[in-house]
Structure formats: C-alpha cells, structure tokens
Design a protein around this ligand. Sequence first.
Ligand code: 13P
Length: 249
Amino acid sequence: MRQPLVAGNWKMNGTKASVESLLSELKAGFSDALNAEVAVCPSYIFLEQAAAALKGTGIALGSQNVCDQDKGAFTGEVSAPMLKEAGVKYAIVGHSERRHVYGEADALVAARFAAAKRGGLIPILCVGEKLEEREANITEKVVAAQIDAVIDLLGIEGLQGSVIAYEPVWAIGTGKTASPEQAQAVHAFIRAKLAKQDAALADSMQILYGGSMNAANAADLLSQADIDGGLIGGAALKAEDFLTICRAG
Ligand code: 13P
C-alpha cells in the first residue's frame, strides 16, 4: 500500500515570526497517528529555522527547488548537499512557477531531479498542463514529456525513490480545483505510463495532486484510487486547514 504524503509548499511567503507561529500551530495539532506522512517546504531562508523547530516531530522538511550542480559558481542557487545538511528530506523540482514564470525547461528540471537524488534527497517532480494545453487535448502528451525528460536522463529506475505531483497549471492558486475525476484520470494515466516500463515502480509511486486543494475538497480528491496525497499551496499557510487536509490523507 502506498502511504499518502501531504506536503505544504509555502512558496515565497512568511517572516521569521509568522514561520515560527505556523510551525508551532502545526506541531500542536500534529499527531503521529496520522495516516499520511506530512512535510512542509518553506523558503530556503527559513529551512534551518524550520529544521530546528521540527526536530523530533514527525513533520518532514522539503525545499522548493534545488540546483542541478553540486557546488561552484552558480550564483543564487542552493545545492542538494547544502539542503541535506540543513535537514531537508524532499526537494520540489519543476514546479509550474519555476517552469512558467522562470522558464525552466524539462531538461533542466530533469537535471535538478538528478542532483536531488545524488544528494540523498527525495525529489517531488511536478508535472502539469496549462489551460490551453488541456483545451487542445494534449494534457497527456505534456505530462508524459515532462516525465520522459527524467527517464531519458536517468532511466526508468531513476524514478525509484521519488514522488510525482500532478499540478494542472490552471488549478494553481486560482481556486479552480480539478474535479476528482479529472485529477484521477491524469493520475491513472501517469501510473499506467510508468507501468509500461516497470510495474512494481508504478505500483509504489506516490502521485500527489496539487492545485487549489483545500480543507473542503481534500477528502474527495484523496479518496481517488491513484491520488496518493497532496501538494498544497495557499491552504498550507493556515495550520488548521493544512492539518484538516493531512487528516483526510
Ligand atoms: P495552491 O494550493 O495555492 O493552488 O498551490 C498549489 C501549488 O502550487 C502547490 O505546489
């Protein structure tokens, strides 16, 4: 059985003080008895603060990106070894805001994925189509190409020990959640695609949904057969909402 994973992507939000209070609210409401594994992904600058606050709790830490290189002259980047040292477990790669606001192409995302693995982090590979791509009926083609960039670089076995997050771009931060059926269809497509190359890998792969998931719609989404958790943006900034989603997982 796949354990659900609920991860909060805090994006570029927070201050030292607000991070401190969000973390203490999460710790107060968190229980080891939850079915889902829980992680939070604050901005780089807050990672060490969060690592200290979360020490000894069951809440894991993730980063919002990772450099494709391990060290050197890469101004503005943060490497997997640095993140590992800071106590990070998961690294989001290929988030739609990285792809579409900052122009990260599939090949760079794959290289970042590889660097995360090399550094002992668990990559959370985000994939998802834009609205015009859904309307042009090329959702599966877009998502397949985003996954194939990683497979081309590392082979299918490279996906072992990673997580995939399906985040339709049109659903992110818009309040327009994919319906459980729409999301399930893409999740099932992803799993079937992986199964063609490695059935055991496909069966064990955690495929998260992200895009306007909130306390009210989480249970319906998470009850779908191929939805193994969530990557939560806005609702992860409110402890009670995030914990409600974690309990639904
Ligand atoms: P929202 O939950 O705010 O739509 O963001 C989803 C997301 O981008 C998580 O990575």
